[in-house]
Design a binder for this molecule. Structure first.
Ligand code: UDX
Length: 479
């Protein structure tokens, strides 16, 4: 039976359905134990569910089964070890085992940008769904979590229909995630909303049972978790719309930074002032070298590509500008570096040969070791290409940075990176850099020039310690 779709519902509107496995609570599997799947698997075990994590990557599965999280996420290691020991959490590379075990299968595989364009590559979704479907021997619910182009859930439903016996009545639902790296454990255990795209009462009821741990935890803390139950298309769009909005907000303030730079304004004060208006809000208004990471850049590109395919390309044309503003901020650092180091731009851009630059930050944001589409690392590569001798330091991201950009030069400590540098660029706002003593760093460098790519330093303090300071969208401080 198809149920109507009100725009907002409370969890109590649903009745739990009995899991097909006969277990008292639905058993859950998470296919793809990358950042998303591993975090969900571990946190749902913590909520008391029996969980099986699956990946085709045997090394990753061996690490997780041995109690090691293969990426940096605060608090996750401890939860992994506790739930492995508690016996609620296991990992496998066998589709047959997954199919036999779980009632609800969450698809958490990657959907990277296609090599031949801006769209999302759905090859991993196709493989995981098809191979799982072929192994199913009883009723189950397959729930997409990966970020996908609108229309994917319908296609997944067709794949499932093609590869399962119709008598099993396997169903599909879509439930996007909104994890922020560095806060992912909280975002799973205490989400600010749950969005579900489902077609039947059975799918809704089973998904409700699969999330009951989240609602129960909220109830014990006297909180409510809003639940939005909707159709497939809306559920898919919610995720990309949210990321498009966040990216637009960041590029908006970075566009204001560009204007401040030529008009002599200070974007940090401007952001503060507009942010007091509750309709605007002060979050995600931090001007700097822009957004990166595994989500925002690729998601706004895939969203444009999909809108174009659907004939609504014009509606999202502004996202192209959002992308351009974002990328221009990276170029601004090169421009500032040349200006501070007294280098003039030739036809191929500024020539920085013979200069020594320290880049502080490689991760796309602090408290993460993720360097995917990281502005810091991209800028370090550009400075190197312009001829500078660049030394990069990051508290967590060096290993991944070295894999992504093996030809760049890395330092083991902040002191090592800045020693003898003629210019220091702070490009990721780690606490270690924000709290650094400009006087002590000044003793190590060849000259006291600093670019604050995240507007995270106390400009007056640095200026007093004798540094020439340049922020993003800010006037030069008067000492
Ligand atoms: C993002 C979304 O926030 C999350 O909801 C979604 O599920 C995945 O994508 P994440 O990639 O972890 O999460 O990073 P986020 O904290 O959103 O930051 C993205 C980038 O924007 C970072 O590079 C950050 O430095 C930059 N940023 C953020 C700014 O430049 N200014 C800001 O004000 C905020």
């Amino acid at each position: 039976m198809t149920i109507p779709y009100p725009t907002k519902q409370t969890a109590t509107a649903f009745t739990e359905v009995e899991p097909p496995s006969g277990a008292p609570r639905p058993r859950l599997s998470f296919l793809g134990t990358g950042y998303l799947g591993a975090t969900y698997a571990i946190c749902f075990a913590e909520l008391g569910y029996e969980v099986l994590g699956f990946d085709v990557d045997e090394a990753k599965i061996a690490k997780l089964a041995g109690g090691q999280v293969p990426f940096h996420e605060p608090g996750l290691d401890e939860l992994l070890r506790r739930n492995l020991a508690g016996g609620r959490l296991r990992f496998t590379t066998s589709y047959a085992e997954v199919a036999d075990f779980a009632d609800v299968h969450f698809i958490c595989v990657g959907t990277p940008q296609r090599a031949d364009g801006m769209g999302a590559d759905l090859a991993y979704v196709e493989t995981s769904v098809t191979r799982l479907a072929r192994h199913l021997t009883r009723r189950a619910l397959i729930v997409g979590k990966s970020t996908v182009p609108v229309g994917t859930a319908d296609w997944v439903e067709q794949l499932v229909a093609k590869h399962t016996d119709p008598a099993l009545r396997v169903e599909v639902a879509w439930s996007p995630e909104f994890l922020q790296e560095g806060f992912a454990v909280e975002d799973v255990l205490r989400p600010n909303r749950i969005v579900v795209g489902a077609k039947t009462d059975w799918a809704n009821g089973l998904l409700y049972a699969a999330h009951k741990g989240v609602f129960d935890l909220a109830a014990t803390e006297d909180r409510e978790v809003p639940l939005v139950v909707t159709d497939f298309a809306t559920a898919e769009l919610v995720k990309v719309a949210a990321n498009a909005f966040l990216a637009t907000k960041i590029s908006f303030i970075n566009a204001m930074a560009e204007v401040c730079e030529v008009a002599g304004g200070d974007v940090t004060q401007l952001a503060r002032a507009i942010g007091y208006d509750p309709r605007i809000g002060n979050r995600f208004l931090q001007a700097g070298v822009g957004f990166g990471g595994g989500c925002l850049p690729k998601d706004i590109r895939a969203f444009q590509a999909r809108a174009q395919e659907l004939g609504a390309g014009e509606a999202l044309r502004f996202l192209h500008e959002v992308d351009l503003v974002n990328l221009r901020r990276r170029g601004r650092v090169l421009q500032l570096a040349a200006e501070l180091l007294g280098r003039r731009a030739g036809p191929a851009g500024p020539d920085l040969s013979g200069t020594r630059i320290a880049v502080l930050g490689a991760a796309f944001k602090p408290n993460s070791d993720d360097v995917r589409d990281s502005p810091s690392l991209a800028i370090a590569a550009t400075l190197t290409k312009a001829g500078a001798d660049v030394r990069i330091y990051d508290p967590q991201g060096i290993e991944n940075a070295r894999t992504a950009q093996p030809t760049l030069t890395y330092a083991g400590t902040m002191a090592e990176a800045v020693t003898d540098a003629e210019l220091v660029c702070v490009l990721t706002e780690w606490a270690e850099f924000r709290n650094a003593d400009p006087q002590a760093l000044g003793e190590l460098v060849a000259q006291r020039l600093v670019i604050d790519g995240r507007n995270c330093l106390d400009s007056a303090l640095w200026a007093r310690a004798g540094w020439q300071y340049r922020g993003m969208g800010r006037p030069h401080p008067q000492v």
